[in-house]
Design a protein around this ligand. Structure first.
Ligand code: TTP
Ligand code: MG
Length: 291
């Protein structure tokens, strides 16, 4: 609690912000930092069902990000738990971004359950899928859909929950790609889609912001070769280009449902340069200033 209050003291308040931690609620209004504020007021809970999609292709990255940032603050103002899903092609740096923010006290980080996919009671479902997608694509994607649902539904223990991927990218990018590339029979695609639609309709999956780490497939290919995850040695540049297009179609061209704002970050730089970019976007992603 002490750490949390210390952290709140440094938040710049242009708007009205509300956070809840465990049973305590705070409402903070004004234009200075919290240290200049009067004692915290009890939180009046408000709900906002507005899920506007705000990206416009003509926006520059900064225009767009400013717009997204305003929406993010409005969400935090209206709902005191905030969920961010970090998206992007294989090896674009999602885990690295999550690790970078994991020590912020107001932030809870959920790393993708890829280790579970590599060990399903002793079976490596990821490896099986790469070796024979026609045979094992359905099994892997069913399991991924389950584990992503579990990550979404885990109780939230901090004001900001930062997740690697979402149930949406598993469906719109990976499941649909298997089907479109004739590696998944139609009946399996229909069944997975029915499952997905039912989950979305009934399970109240909350996402407030997608952070899209957009990276050139050529660069991803060289990173995948370097990091050398055994299962992924079969990945081709063409596969990465197709997935890149699907992420763009979903998060930029909005060809599929995008149930939250999208913040696009160019992720083509070195880790050191990316850290500068994370700092630049920190307030937008985790909605706190700790510096
Ligand atoms: P990613 O979900 O892209 O995770 P990553 O750890 O590789 O990415 P980053 O370096 O940015 O943190 O992929 C993990 C592996 O799982 C990868 O081989 C692709 C595969 N995968 C599927 O086959 N189907 C899916 O639905 C998902 C989400 C991943
Ligand atoms: Mg990862």
């Amino acid at each position: 609690m002490h750490m949390f209050l210390k952290c709140l003291r440094n938040i710049p308040f242009k708007l009205h912000h509300c956070f809840t931690l465990q049973s305590r609620s705070f409402s903070i209004t004004g234009t200075g930092s919290m240290s200049e504020m009067s004692a915290p007021q009890p939180l009046k809970k408000q709900r906002n069902s507005n899920r506007n999609i705000i990206f416009r292709p003509e926006d520059t990255e900064d225009d767009f990000n400013e717009h997204a940032c305003k929406k993010v603050y409005e969400k935090i103002n209206n709902e005191n738990n905030f969920v961010v899903c970090v998206e992007g092609n294989i090896s674009c740096g999602k885990t690295t971004l999550l690790n970078y923010f994991k020590d912020i006290p107001t932030c809870e980080v959920i790393i993708e359950p890829v280790e579970k996919w590599r060990n399903v009671n002793g079976f490596n479902a990821l490896d099986l899928m790469y070796k024979d997608p026609q045979r094992w694509g359905m099994a892997l994607q069913t399991y991924i859909q389950l584990t992503m649902l579990q990550s979404h539904k885990n109780s939230q223990n901090a004001p900001v929950k930062l997740m690697e991927r979402s149930i949406y990218s598993a469906k719109y990018c990976f499941v649909d790609n298997l089907y479109k590339s004739a590696k998944m029979p139609e009946i399996e695609h229909i069944i997975l889609t029915e499952w997905f639609n039912w989950i979305i309709k009934t399970q109240n999956i909350k996402v407030d912001l997608f952070v899209y780490l957009r990276t050139n497939p050529e660069l991803l290919y060289s990173r995948i070769v370097k990091r050398c995850r055994n299962e992924e040695l079969k990945i081709s540049l063409d596969y990465l280009k197709t997935l890149h297009q699907l992420h763009d179609d979903w998060l930029i061209h909005k060809k599929y449902d995008v149930p939250a704002e999208v913040l696009v970050i160019d992720a083509n730089s070195s880790i050191e340069e990316m850290q500068i970019s994370y700092e630049k976007h920190k307030n937008r992603i985790v909605a706190v200033h700790t510096s």
